[in-house]
Design a protein. Structure first.
Length: 194
């Protein structure tokens, strides 16, 4: 059984999708740690409901990014984490985290990168009148939604509001992320990094 950590900052629907896929046996893995940078975020409740250990912290309580990332790395190491899955984690990974887990951190983003990076990708795409939307899974580096693209899935969209589009994106991103995580866990190159 491979050991995953999920980083999230909000509601945690992607966290829920990953944990549920593990519980159903769709992934030969288990989520052993949630990292959340927003006390009170719904994702912490989801972790508790599934019996997943959670490290919930407020970055303001640390002197620097390096300080809280050292604590994250300590907890990842203690849990034996092999792959880190960002799922709505709204912070750019710093040198400390990348130094310890670089090449083992993936992210899912609600656009066809490199278009529409950042926290407001859906709104930006709607503002530009995009007709083909999509989702990207990519390796994480020190840039905003940068890193080499692993998988993408596109879909057409003819209109509606941001909430309707977000629902359609979720319908695409959950299976794409699960399938991509499965393939990464089966990849011997990942095993050599751990």
């Amino acid at each position: 059984m491979r050991r995953l950590a999920v980083f999230a900052s909000g509601n945690g629907t992607n966290f829920e999708a990953i944990v549920s896929a593990c519980e159903r046996g769709e992934l030969a893995a288990g989520v052993v740690l949630l990292v959340c940078d927003r006390p009170g975020a719904r994702v912490a409740e989801r972790a508790a409901a599934h019996g997943v250990e959670a490290f919930v912290f407020s970055p303001k309580e640390y002197a620097s990014k390096a300080d809280y990332e050292r604590e994250i790395v300590r907890r990842l190491d203690a849990a034996g984490v092999e792959l880190v899955c960002l799922a709505g984690y709204m912070r750019i990974a710093g040198e400390t985290l990348l130094g310890a887990y670089g090449g083992r951190i993936v992210n899912i983003h609600p656009s066809l990168l490199p278009a529409f990076r950042g926290a407001h990708a859906i709104e930006q795409a709607l503002e530009y009148g995009v007709k083909v939307f999509g989702v990207t899974v990519h390796w994480v580096d020190a840039t905003l939604d940068g890193g080499r693209i692993i998988a993408q899935r596109a879909f057409g969209y003819e209109g509606g509001d941001a909430a309707e589009l977000e629902a359609k994106i979720h319908a695409v991103e959950y299976p794409l992320y699960i399938d991509t995580i499965r393939k990464l866990l089966e990849d011997e190159r990942l095993a050599k990094r751990t």
